[in-house]
Design a protein around this ligand. Structure first.
Ligand SMILES: O=C(O)COP(=O)(O)O
Ligand SMILES: [Mg+2]
Length: 227
């Protein structure tokens, strides 16, 4: 039987990236002569990719941008973010231990993120985690991104896995919607950055701490074909 594949979202799920994502956003807003956005509000903008986050943050501060301006501001953001991508961003408590357990139990691990692929790889390399994953895919890896189910399904395929024996772990709407559309069970982590209450999206289960993740995964797998 194919080894189970556990697919992780990155921002707000594997790594608490908000200090560097929002730190760079604050720098950008200041450079534009705008006020910073409130931290909790800014966190809830993470999950659909950096360009939508920047656009929404600027709009909240009264600045609507035309397409050319968006591209220009986004380009500056990416250059600045790359330089501090892992300065303060750290894996969430308990997640590295859970990854160790999954690897020891022979499971395949993958990352499916709406970050740009190169930035996802850079972040995971700087944190010494990249080699644990059989596949790392970003918003620009395929023609579609989360919440499109194919982003998840193609990630599972790239990792050599089977959607019938896969589980998604994520923190926000794109993860939960992608998994539900792909008919893959989804564990939602409450320590991330969701804009919508997790309970309203009816994930398979909600976890407040990763101590419980290995057992939660074993239980779901024991329930048979996960689809
Ligand atoms: O960069 C983002 O907005 C989202 O990234 P995520 O898919 O890893 O949460
Ligand atoms: Mg996320």
């Amino acid at each position: 039987m194919t080894a189970p594949t556990i697919v992780f979202d990155l921002d707000g799920t594997l790594v608490d990236t908000h200090p560097d994502l929002i730190g760079t956003l604050s720098w950008l807003l200041e450079a534009e002569g705008l006020d910073p956005v409130d931290l909790e509000q800014a966190k809830s903008l993470i999950g659909h990719g950096m360009k939508p986050m920047i656009e929404k943050a600027l709009k909240l501060q009264g600045r609507g941008l035309v397409q050319d301006e968006i591209e220009e501001v986004y380009g500056r953001y990416v250059v600045a973010y790359r330089q501090r991508i892992a300065r303060d961003s750290r894996p969430f408590p308990g997640i590295v231990e859970a990854l160790d357990i999954f690897a020891a139990e022979g499971m395949t691990l993958a990352v499916c993120t709406n970050k740009l692929h190169a930035l996802a790889v850079q972040l995971l390399e700087e944190l010494g985690l990249a080699s644990r994953f059989a596949a790392i895919t970003g918003q620009d890896t395929f023609a579609v991104r989360k919440p499109h189910p194919d982003h998840l399904l193609l990630t599972i395929k790239q990792a050599g896995g089977d959607p019938e024996r896969a589980i998604m772990v994520g923190d926000s709407e794109p993860d939960i919607r992608a998994a539900q559309a792909a008919k893959v069970p989804v564990i939602a982590f409450s320590g991330g950055y969701t804009a919508i209450p997790l309970i309203d999206m009816a994930p398979t289960l909600i976890l407040d701490h990763y101590d419980g993740l290995p057992q939660a995964v074993r239980n779901l797998l024991a329930q048979g074909g996960t689809r």
